[in-house]
Design a protein around this ligand. Structure first.
Ligand code: NDP
Length: 255
């Protein structure tokens, strides 16, 4: 592997890294040499993800944490430093959706989507900042969505959170460039995960519409996110900050 993409000696946190896109990214980071700390609420999924990463020869551990809780976000960073002695990479990937028409959401539902998708990224980044300063720099990767760009009738809170994620990314990038911390967003297209398996059941015709609209002619897979994670986490991306990069099989390029 080119030295520019080598993550040996680096330590990464992936929120929601116990499955789907998060595990796809964690796998790429592990294969490039990083040690991983996975954060998720489901203990059984956490254990399975750690086993899968260890099977690649990586150092991996998991913390059961709900990233909507500020104390849990702080604890995650502390646990990483206690376990590995440093923190270099934070992937803010944990996410959820509640699909309804805008007039049907309760305030609690709105808050739950915003807290899980957006506030968590702010809280984890804020908590990670001192550790990254100590490490001499860092990389933050925020997971947006096609709904960072487009609207959808069934995704008011989700779209607000994912649009906000892009703007949060830009603000953090501007604030922390002087500290050698690069902050970028990745905007996935339609990816086959637990999240979208539920959407395919809830939204009639979605599967076919995604295939028709995606120039690559397929749904994405979690493994499609290994490369972008390694690139944005590595010194190859030291001059890339504040960007929002679509990994979508061309979905957002199709008129
Ligand atoms: P998954 O449902 O497989 O992954 C979501 C992850 O987030 C799980 O690991 C889950 O773990 C974790 N999570 C959810 N809530 C919390 C919480 N409160 N605290 C800690 N962890 C939490 O779906 P995806 O892999 O598809 O989603 C990953 C990200 O990608 C999300 O941000 C999603 O919005 C985004 N995305 C996905 C797309 C797709 O097509 N799949 C498209 C665009 C964006 P646990 O349940 O154990 O807590």
């Amino acid at each position: 592997m080119s030295q520019a993409f080598d993550l040996s000696g680096k330590v990464a946190i992936v929120t929601g890294g116990n499955g789907g896109i998060g595990l796809g990214m964690a796998t790429g980071l592990a294969q490039a040499g990083a040690a991983l700390l996975i954060a998720g609420r489901n203990a059984a999924k956490n254990v399975a993800a750690v086993k899968a990463l260890e099977a690649l020869g990586a150092k991996a551990s998991a913390v059961q944490a709900d990233v909507t809780d500020q104390a849990a976000c702080r604890m995650l960073i502390e646990a990483t430093q206690t376990t590995y002695g440093r923190l270099d990479i934070l992937v803010n990937n944990a996410g959820t959706n509640i699909r309804k028409q805008p007039q049907e959401y309760t305030l609690d539902e709105w808050k739950s989507v915003l807290d899980t998708n957006l506030t968590s990224a702010f809280l984890c980044s804020q908590a990670a900042y001192p550790a990254m300063l100590t490490a001499g720099g860092g990389k933050i990767i925020n997971i947006g969505s096609m709904l960072s760009i487009f609207g959808a009738a069934f995704a008011g809170p989700y779209g607000a959170s994912k649009g906000g994620m892009v703007q949060l990314t830009k603000s953090l990038a501007c604030a922390w460039a002087k500290d050698n911390i690069q902050v970028n967003a990745v905007l996935p297209g339609w990816i086959d995960t637990d999240l979208t398996r539920r959407a395919r059941q809830d939204v009639p015709g979605l599967h076919e519409r995604v295939l028709a609209r995606t120039p690559a002619g397929r749904w994405g897979e979690p493994g499609d996110f290994a490369g972008i994670a390694v690139f944005l986490a590595s010194s190859a991306a030291d001059f890339v900050t504040g960007a929002a990069i679509a990994v979508d099989g061309g979905y957002s390029s199709q008129g």
